[in-house]
Design a protein around this ligand. Sequence first.
Ligand SMILES: Cc1ncc(COP(=O)(O)O)c(C=O)c1O
Length: 308
Amino acid sequence: MISDYIWMDGELVSHTEAKIHVLSPTLHYGAGIFEGIRSYETPHGPAIFRLQDHLERFLDSILILGVLDFPYTIDEMRSAIHEIIRVNKFGQCYIRPLMYLDGPLNLNIDNSIPRVAIAAWEWGPYLGEEAQKTGIHMKVSSLTRLHPNISMTKSKITGNYVNSMIVNTHALRSGYDEAVILDPSGFVAECTGENIFMVREGVIYTPPRASILEGITRDSVISLANDMGIPVVEEVISRDQLYIADEVFITGTAAEIVPVRMIDYRPVADGFPGPVMKALLASYLETVHGKGKRSEEWLDYLSFERKN
Ligand SMILES: Cc1ncc(COP(=O)(O)O)c(C=O)c1O
């Protein structure tokens, strides 16, 4: 369900009225910044998962893009996000802040005015609940992930997602569920909207941070694995290492944690979700729903009357 209201620079605007100008530099040149955040139901009411970390990444992304006069603080963004959930009376929802540029159509960021819109909607796991249970079939994309000196991958720049859209569309048209993208050196980077992990002989491996988006779910999974005493190694991974892994899974706010059952028609081990991924998913869901050891550390609670 889409929200009744969208927050636009301090105003609550109805869904149909939430518009920007067709000559926005962001629309033409892809110079915008977004975040993807989730709130979950807990025994103490709805709570937003790792909101502080998402907002820090939002401001970092803006700084990386080079916008130097962003007018909102983390506290102001946090209040706006609480407000948009409260007015829409959502419990569990996905939250999408967007910074876009207003002003004359031009290539100089300094001539543009940064604006913010925040939408929210009720949304289940991005790749579906079934995928979380049975796993997905991924291909290794023939396209390359962005070189950090072409478009900086630490930033959720809207234009970076042209690469994701082309790769994702091609994967789906070819009958796969998602694609893994290799970095400019030919090693595993990440997926179109998720980070990637593999398990081999009881050790979890994931690509180092240099050329990927530093996922907050990735960081959560590493912490939860540490809590369980499962070793995690950040190391360069090649595509054929994925083919012979005991487990492969992907992580992201939208998708949560999803097992990979097959890559390029090669089954991952026996083709069923593995024990490490299952334990991590259970712990992750416990945590986001307020029942894990790290819930207090990571949840930002809301209090209001719900719609249903
Ligand atoms: C390219 C890319 N990698 C990884 C992720 C996962 O990041 P997070 O776990 O913070 O949602 C995302 C989603 O935001 C993404 O777009």
